[in-house]
Design a protein around this ligand. Structure first.
Ligand SMILES: Nc1nc2c(ncn2[C@@H]2O[C@H](COP(=O)(O)OP(=O)(O)OP(=O)(O)O)[C@@H](O)[C@H]2O)c(=O)[nH]1
Ligand SMILES: [Mg+2]
Length: 460
């Protein structure tokens, strides 16, 4: 369902800058009452006749109370973020002033905006499609270059053009299909059936690439849980400190030093690794607290996206490492073997472990090969370099819709190859268009929209 400009009777207001003291705080008002209401408060000139996209300095006054000297930014419908009349008031960033202005505007007839309501109106007024609106929230949430670039790419229409392309392919397909239905009456074999086949095949390739990109998208958006696991004294806490470049965890030569898990975030080339230093694993500790720590280590290991298995190359036997690798492989864990303390040995000792894949040798203490380790972590997390310029799916909702689309496209292809009747194939194509519409917001219900926008922050 689409509304037209200014179809709401209520005018919404919210602070768009974060709470707290700053030089400037901005309040946004959107709706039919924006201009008349702000006009009653603005002393310096009558803003009703002023043009869109203009700035005006002056005093806000309510009854006899002078509230602040402010700058108004005026945007007239439909040329605004929401598509409605919008005014942004830049006040001095005092909590008192901002609250006072908002309360006055509410007293005069505005309503406090719900989370994401400005963007929801932008969507309902066709300023953005749903995927683009969601990327606004992702952009605000992003805290690395990679996640910001991916969100910005969606917002700038990268995803939209991929979806439009798919839609066009499907529409061309159904046009060809109808042509075939027309000819069927005359019992003429449709000449270019292989074109239908290749159209659907191309769509499947595109959709499966988008689905595959979700793995990276998820990593970009949520980071990667990385558990550092190993025997007591292997040097796990030392490694955590070295990677973070600070003395975060206690290090000592007493086995069993780390009791509870320690979690810190490390940014490697724009990817967030949520590093977890754990209590060293050993079978029979008499210490009850250490045993609790070991239980936590095992839990973290199960739920991690990536395990860094650290061992002391001077003490650990290849035979034992093999047992660990077998266990990890059976459980399909994503892991990296890291032999530590190479500063203490003759490096030829590394050759004892030459039969293992996914292994590197470092000294956590003397910072040897740490750059290599960082590169390996990136490689295991995302399987190479991230190309954030290409379209990457970061949103679970989009991923699910694309997955369903992928399945229906497969059915279409099978149908074509097994000579399913054209009217049945046409039904599947309609289903495909439905899933595309779920992403862009053409077939979402109001409840779904409320849910999606409720995850935004207030003021956006
Ligand atoms: N020579 C050398 N010593 C290291 C290296 N890494 C760690 N150590 C030493 O090994 C000892 C144990 O280090 P930790 O980092 O506390 O080991 P851990 O794996 O966290 O141990 P637990 O917390 O008990 O499980 C300390 O004395 C460290 O200084 C290294 O690369 N080379
Ligand atoms: Mg430790």
């Amino acid at each position: 369902m689409k509304f037209h400009f200014q179809s709401w009777n209520d005018t919404i207001v919210a602070q768009v800058t974060p709470n707290g003291i700053g030089a400037i705080g901005i309040i946004r008002i959107s709706g039919v009452l924006a201009f008349p209401l702000v006009n009653t408060l603005f002393q310096s000139k009558n803003i009703e006749q002023l043009p869109s996209h203009s700035l005006h300095i002056g005093f806000l006054k309510y009854n006899s109370e002078v509230i602040d000297q402010v700058v108004l930014s005026l945007y007239r419908a439909p040329h605004s973020y929401t598509g409605e009349d919008v005014i942004e008031i830049s006040c001095h960033g005092s909590h008192y002033i901002l609250e006072r202005v908002i309360l006055i505007l509410i007293e005069l007839g505005c309503r406090l905006a719900k989370p994401g309501e400005f963007t929801q109106r932008a969507f309902l007024n066709n300023k953005l499609n749903l995927a683009e609106a969601e990327s606004v929230a992702d952009l605000i949430d992003s805290n690395t270059k990679a996640s910001a670039t991916a969100a910005l790419n969606t917002l700038r229409g990268g995803f939209k053009s991929v979806l439009n392309n798919l839609r066009e392919q499907l529409l061309t397909f159904s046009a060809l299909l109808e042509l075939e239905l027309d000819f069927a009456e005359e019992d003429v074999e449709f000449a270019d059936r292989s074109r239908l086949d290749s159209l659907i095949f191309d769509s499947i390739v595109q959709v499966s690439a988008l689905c595959a990109s979700f793995k990276y998208g998820n990593v970009i958006k949520n980071g990667i849980q990385t558990a550092i696991i190993g025997a007591p004294n292997a040097g796990k806490s030392t490694l955590l400190n070295t990677l973070l470049n600070e003395n975060r965890a206690i290090v000592s030569n007493i086995p069993g030093t780390t009791r509870d898990t320690i979690e810190e975030v490390l940014n490697i080339d724009g990817i967030l690794f949520r590093l977890i230093d754990t209590a060293g694993l050993r079978l029979h500790s008499k210490d009850e607290i250490e045993n609790l720590g070991i239980e936590r280590s095992l839990d973290k290991m199960q739920s991690a996206d990536l395990i860094v298995y650290l061992f002391d190359v001077n003490e650990f036997l290849p035979y034992n490492l093999k047992l660990i690798v077998d266990e990890f492989t059976t459980k399909s864990f994503n892991f990296l073997l890291v032999g530590n303390k190479i500063d203490l040995i003759d490096r030829s000792h590394e050759s004892d472990f030459k039969d293992f894949d996914n292994i590197i040798f470092i000294s956590a203490k003397d910072k040897i090969n740490i750059e290599d380790l960082r590169k390996q972590l990136i490689k295991l997390a995302i399987g190479g370099e991230i190309k954030t310029e290409s379209t990457i799916i970061t949103n679970v909702r989009h991923f699910e819709a694309l997955n369903s689309l992928f399945n229906v496209l497969q059915e279409v292809l099978n149908g074509l190859r097994n000579k399913l009747t054209s009217d049945l194939i046409a039904l599947h194509i309609r289903e495909c268009l439905h899933y595309l519409g779920l992403i862009t917001g053409e077939v979402t219900t109001e409840d779904q929209l409320d849910y999606i926008f409720s995850k935004f922050c207030i003021g956006k």
